[in-house]
Design a protein around this ligand. Sequence first.
Ligand code: ADP
Length: 821
Amino acid sequence: MTQHNNFSNSQPEYSAQPNSREIDSLGILLHRMINRIRQSLELSVILSATVAEVRAFLNTERVKIYQFEADGSGEVVAESVDQQKLPSLLGQHFPAEDIPQEMRELYLKERQRTIVNVASRKIGMSSSANSEKGAKIHFRAVDPCHAEYLMAMGAQSSLVVPIVDADRLWGLLVSHHSVPRIVTKNELEVVQLIADQTSVAIAQSNLLESTRVQAQQEAAINRVGQFLHSMTQMQLQQALKQTVLALQGSGGRVYIAPQNLESESQLVVSGEQPLLLATGEGNGQSLIPLEKHPSWQVWLKNTLQVNRVVLPWAIADFDLHSLPSDWDSAFKPTKIKSILTIKLEYRQKTLGYLSIFRQGIDIETIWAKRPDRDDPRNQFPRQSFEIWRELQQNKARQWTNSEIELAQNLGSHFAIAIYQYQLYQQIHTLNTSLELKVQEKTEKLQQANQKLVQEISDRLKTRASLERLSHQNKLILNSAGEGIYGLNLQGETTFVNPAAAKMLGYQIDKVQNQPMHEIVNHSTAEGMVYSWQENPIYQTLQTGEVHYVTNEIFWRKDKSSFPVEYVSTPIKEKGQIVGAVVIFKDITERQIIDRMKDEFVSVVSHELRTPLTSIRSSITLLSSGRIDLKSSKSQRLLEIAVDNSNRLVRLINDILDLERIKSGKVTMFKENHNAADVITDAVEIVQSIAEKAKINISVTPLSVQLWIDRDRIIQTLTNLISNAIKFSPPNTVVTLDAHLQSDGTVRFQVKDCGRGIPPENLETIFDRFQQVDASDSRDRGGTGLGLAICRSIVQQHGGHIWVESVLDQGSTFCFTLPTGH
Ligand code: ADP
């Protein structure tokens, strides 16, 4: 039912000008009312005070304040009513068409006040916007519908004054009376003044409210901020929880987009969440968060277009906007009814999204009339205002501007914190990777260094051992008594040791690189030089065979020669013959010794054969039976056999004794003995022989300690004294004395006055079987071994023995011995 504004002839429907007393009381009344209205800053208190004061002032039956919603509908938000007369309308909603748009515009632009008298069917219009017009009230006939409408509410008389807040029609101050009533101009102006005061109070209250909201928002921002901007680490989870609380959401989440291709996205959630979305097909199917789904960006774009808002926020109220179809599986199973998403941006970079979710709520609206348009009763003027409760269940709750503002504000804090955190992470990663790189490099360097040190040390060790080896080789080669030389395949000298050079009479460098065959002139044992190709060493170089040669001759530089034995061995490298090494020995001495041995054997056999021949011939004669065994001749033959047997025994004993002493098989048991005792003992042994030969032995004893094998020295002395007796004429003297010499040795002398020894025999008589005269052995019973035995004994004591002699005058045999300790 629409209210019409048909202006008509104006008629006085209000009282005349008040007198001065009335004005005074009005002033006081006004002052009191305004005071009361302004006592509180709470809107509900202000509005209640306003309606109460206005009703008391006008003395009408119902005064209400009607507040407009954004869509033009409205609600009775304050009321003072005499319920005896009129019903209460408090809390009832009225649809937008009840007060049509043009009427609302008049209320706003003209600040039009209306006074309706239903009985007289008159409506008075008075504009307060124009001061000239302000004084006048223009009357005309009221629209019948309007009159019906008022009557339905039980009112016969009404006064309506607009309440304007900051160029917005905030609401209406309405007075109803069940009987016709005249409104005076003063009353109108007073109510206007009160409406104006109410406007001011509403503005102040709004200011207070917005200050409160601001304070709450600041508190919320502080709470969230303390988690986001803590120096130690970003506590996203707690910050998000506080954000959800501050925005009265049922849940929320922060999606942090991957920073680069390698990094992962991050999702922090709190409270109720949409489910993950499937993407891809078959085996490649995976579950991803909403923000990663391709439809997210499309939704953002579309929603922003619909809302005609600029980034960075977007809203989806599921009642108003349909979600992308892919999202059904994410939201359908949940109670979420709306989303507020804030794009987290910093320095033109999208870092992610902050989303807050809300569940649906039940909204109850009390309507002042039935919404059923098809109900025929609605075609007629309304008879009463039966109330009707509208209950809307699970509806998305609107996001208010201040909530969006708060979310945006919080979003920017999230963005800054995330940006800083990522920056910090990058720096940290850089630092860590730098440290790691430095560490890796250092480790590699250390390893390389260790390896180098090891290599150097190994090389040094190898070099040292090589040097040692080469030094040892050099020492061995230098010390070797054998001559050693190396040859290459051509037979040229590549190496020669000092012994070889010395034996050949060359400097080492003079034989280097020279064909050795031309240097030594290989010859047969007989001295016949033969060709290189016939040489066994040449054969070694050709075939790799080892050759032992025992009887060849090498020639020295000075054209002299010496007998050699040598071995030639191939030098091989990886199985290939590259040369030969020849080790040779000068065998001159060995050949002499061999000769001496041969001679010794022939001498010994000769010496042994002589007595044996005598024995054999004597025994042969005796055994022939031709001689009477009891005859003196056979007796003589037996004596010869016995003498020669004794001689044979002596010979064999002496030979064995000498050989044992010379070869060191007889050990000298050395002890301290006094020289005087030794001399005395020796003389005692030979005393009887001397007496038989009528020789006098003269002794000069020397008391000095000797370090000797006593028996062997007595053997030496007795041998020398026996010889002296043997070769001395009777009635001569043999002198035996000893002297301590300056070098610490003791010199013994056995002197005779015999036949003497020719000078050429002075040395030889000390050799085996050497006698001055061949008859000496036969005539004097000697073996020719005594002096050789003496020399061996003296040498085993570290001394030496010799003879000084003048023919026909005598000989003096001398020897030295070491003194004892
Ligand atoms: P033997 O006396 O048994 O023949 P020796 O070795 O003792 O053997 O002596 C070797 C030789 O030296 C003697 O045969 C002798 O010709 C000579 N000879 C040794 N002693 C004397 C000496 N005092 N005067 C002269 N000739 C000596």
